[in-house]
Design a protein around this ligand. Structure first.
Ligand code: NAD
Ligand code: MG
Length: 405
């Protein structure tokens, strides 16, 4: 393939877990992909190393001083121009040379750039589930308006995408589908009592049994809020009513999700728990690419177990489901309050079991409105953060772990 035929990819959040895995897959296919832009919040050293290896046109830091630090360290002959802030991200995704955007920023901060990529009609590889949870209506409208192709990177949604029927335009259809079965590993506290979870430390919450991920999503996996967010994500991504989705706990994380059909068939996507598989699927779609992931050894895996989720010990799943029922900005509120609660837990200000209390407090206290514009969604997000911070303040230090109380 000539250089002109390379698919140019902007990788947002390139220094994170998904970003690094994306660059690993891209590096395996230098004849297919070029890197147009990379971005990070504040990790100057890591982004510098990535710029030297991939020579992107743009590197984006979120703060001006971090951008300045990166600029100073890049060699004089570097082809990379350093930008900063949301404006820099928007330039990095909307430039005409860009074919594909990997949205792998963590949290609500990823919404404006995902929206811009959708409006610009790019192929949008969506890892940043929070943007769809928070602004689902806006993002799906932007995808349709911009003529973008939205491909799910979250492993469950990628699995569902692979198992759904496809219409003539290559979009996922729903013909004959009776249920979507969203699998959950159950996280590190699957077998813990509520009393044990009350004493859980951030490191214990981040020690996921199957997946190696960033700290925010690791805590979400431990609380099952990750499955709650994915439930909302699936409703938007595949235009499904909540009654069409069941959550099934599958501790081995070999099956990444399933689709059940009217005739009794259930299609599943299986593989080792390594995000390079869904990333390679998104990058290569509709072709399959080598990803570096070892083939699945079913004999070594030996068992596939399933159980129902316990919403008594894991109330976050229920809260997410209730947010879908309330509709409007309730999902943005749920997401924002969760982000504040998770940050407070990682900072040892509140206990693990306080996370759902903070979210519930925010959801109880806000007015829910129609999420018509980005400004409305951002206002709901800001109000929810304020309420959640107040709730954290009310709990701290009474609920702080023994080491900090
Ligand atoms: P991570 O914490 O490892 O990386 C996050 C990236 O976003 C980093 O590059 C960081 O510099 C950047 N970032 C952080 N805050 C930012 C901000 N305010 N503005 C701009 N950039 C910012 O996270 P991750 O585990 O790679 O997850 C990224 C996204 O992918 C999340 O939405 C997560 O839910 C989703 N996801 C991750 C996995 C996984 O296996 N890690 C699986 C499925 C979905
Ligand atoms: Mg997932």
């Amino acid at each position: 393939m000539a250089v002109d035929d390379l698919r140019m990819v902007s990788v947002l959040g390139s220094t994170g877990s998904i970003g690094v895995s994306t660059l690993d897959v891209i590096a395996r296919h230098p004849d297919r992909f070029g890197v147009f832009a990379l971005s990070a919040n504040a990790a100057v050293e890591t982004l510098l190393a990535q710029c030297l290896a991939f020579e992107p046109r743009y590197a984006v830091m979120m703060a001006a001083d971090a951008a300045q630090a990166l600029r100073q360290q890049l060699p004089a002959h570097s082809p990379t121009q350093v930008l900063w802030g949301q404006e820099g991200l928007i330039r990095a995704v909307t430039a005409p040379q860009v074919d594909t955007v990997m949205a792998a920023i963590v949290g609500a901060a990823g919404l404006p750039s995902a929206l811009a990529a959708a409006e610009a009609g790019k192929t949008l590889l969506l890892a940043n589930k929070e943007s769809l949870v928070m602004g689902g209506q806006l993002l799906m409208q932007a995808v349709h308006r911009g003529g973008a192709r939205l491909l799910p990177i979250d492993s469950e949604h990628n699995a569902i995408f692979q198992c759904l029927p496809v219409d003539e335009a290559g979009r996922p259809g729903r013909g004959g589908v009776s249920k979507v079965l969203l699998t959950a590993s159950g996280g590190p506290f699957r077998t813990w009592s509520a009393a044990q979870m009350r004493e859980a430390t951030p490191d214990q919450a981040c020690a996921h049994p199957n997946w190696s991920m960033g700290r925010k999503i690791s805590v979400d996996s431990a609380s099952l809020m990750n499955k709650g967010l994915e439930f909302i994500e699936a409703c938007w991504m595949f235009d499904l009513g909540a009654q069409m989705i069941d959550v099934v706990v599958h501790p081995q994380s070999i099956i990444h999700s399933m689709v059940q059909y009217l005739d009794g068939s259930v299609l599943a996507q299986l593989g080792n728990p390594d995000m390079r598989t869904p990333i390679a699927y998104g990058l290569g779609w509709p072709q399959r690419l080598g990803s570096g992931v070892a083939p699945l050894d079913l004999v070594a895996a030996a068992r596939l177990d399933f159980e129902a989720p316990d919403e008594g010990r894991f109330p976050c799943l229920r809260l997410a489901r209730e947010a879908v029922q309330r509709g409007g900005t309730a999902m943005a509120v749920c997401n924002a309050a969760n982000e504040v609660a998770v940050a407070a837990f990682l900072d040892e200000q509140i206990r693990f079991t306080d996370i759902p209390l903070v979210i519930e407090r925010a959801l109880e206290s806000v007015d829910i409105v129609e999420p018509n514009t980005l400004a409305v969604v951002e206002a709901a997000d800001a109000r929810a953060r304020q309420l959640a911070r107040e709730a954290v303040g009310g709990l701290y230090p009474r609920h702080a772990p023994a080491s900090r109380a």
